[in-house]
Design a protein around this ligand. Structure first.
Ligand code: AMP
Length: 281
């Protein structure tokens, strides 16, 4: 496994891979790797000759009062996990090389980036799409792998690739959960013991919504009321949003019909958690 830290060296390496006509699968991450990330690596390995994982805690996707400085980092453990999972290359760019002093160019997917998480994190998706554009240009993957855990991000990345004619196939992968249903996230380490049990209520409320829809309920407002009760039964939980939206436009739906994304964001203690399910009527 090669560990590459410079952009130039990564580009050189990619040129060599392409000369050999090998396909590249790319898994962008912010590190502190867990089973969710590993599922993306596994999928990439199945579908490509070479799998490249990037680890970069991207400053531009954090707001000024967010957790950039305390975001969990453990490079040694991450490299070990990549090695164990037979990654070919790990790309760990330096912050100053990715964002030199005079950096003025941003990529923004309008509309989709303003909804759901974009309301409380207004510059978040612009940071995500900017760093991904840079990484896509440096690595030029054939396919890139993203988790459905970040459903809005996945949709936005697909839209960016389509709108900007990037020749990359974006592949969405299922949410990996703990045994009790909590969606695995690097940020789960922030949860204190009493918060951990309240965190499970996000998934429980999503399952509850699914059950109600199965029984014939079609009104998002009524379902949302039930979900709220469940989530707020955890005293550490504060709801940012619970939304029922169209899977393509992220516009709110007034009735459950066809495919609906139910997305939830909650602050459990000081930790912001997100989760979602897609229901089909
Ligand atoms: P992050 O390191 O949090 O930026 O995540 C990197 C990639 O891993 C993103 O595409 C996430 O959607 C994906 N991911 C994070 N958690 C999970 C999970 N529990 N299941 C599946 N994919 C995940």
């Amino acid at each position: 496994m090669k560990v590459i830290r410079s952009i130039f060296q990564m580009q050189e390496e990619r040129i060599e891979i392409k000369k050999k006509n090998l396909s590249i699968g790319f898994v962008p991450t912010m590190g502190y790797l867990h089973e969710g990330h590993l599922s993306l690596i596994k999928k990439s390995k199945e579908e490509n000759d070479i799998t490249i994982v990037s680890i970069f805690v991207n400053p531009t996707q954090f707001g000024p009062s967010e957790d950039f400085n305390k975001y969990p980092r453990d490079e040694k453990r991450d490299l070990q996990k990549c090695e164990e999972n037979s990654c070919d290359i790990v790309f760990l760019p330096e912050k100053n090389e990715m964002y030199p002093q005079y950096f003025f160019t941003f990529v923004e997917v309008e509309k989709l980036g303003e909804k759901l998480c974009g309301k409380s994190r207004p510059t978040h998706f612009r940071g995500v799409t900017t760093v991904l554009t840079k990484l896509f240009h440096i690595i030029r993957p054939d396919r890139a792998y993203f988790g459905q855990k970040d459903a809005q991000q996945l949709l936005i990345v697909k839209k960016m690739v389509e709108d900007l004619n990037m020749e990359i196939e974006i592949i969405g992968c299922p949410i990996i959960r703990e045994e009790d249903g909590l969606a695995i996230s690097s940020r789960n380490v922030y949860l204190k013991e009493n918060e951990r049990k309240d965190a499970i209520l996000l998934y429980q409320s999503l399952k509850q919504a699914e059950e109600l829809i199965k029984k014939g309920e079609k009104d998002p407002l009524r379902i949302k009321e039930e979900m709220k009760k469940t989530v707020l039964s955890g005293k550490n939980n504060q709801i940012d949003y619970i939304e029922f939206v169209d899977t393509k436009t992220l516009d709110p739906v007034s009735k459950i019909k066809g495919e609906t994304l139910i997305a939830i964001a909650v602050k459990t203690g000081t930790t912001r958690l997100i989760d979602n399910i897609i229901v089909k009527e």
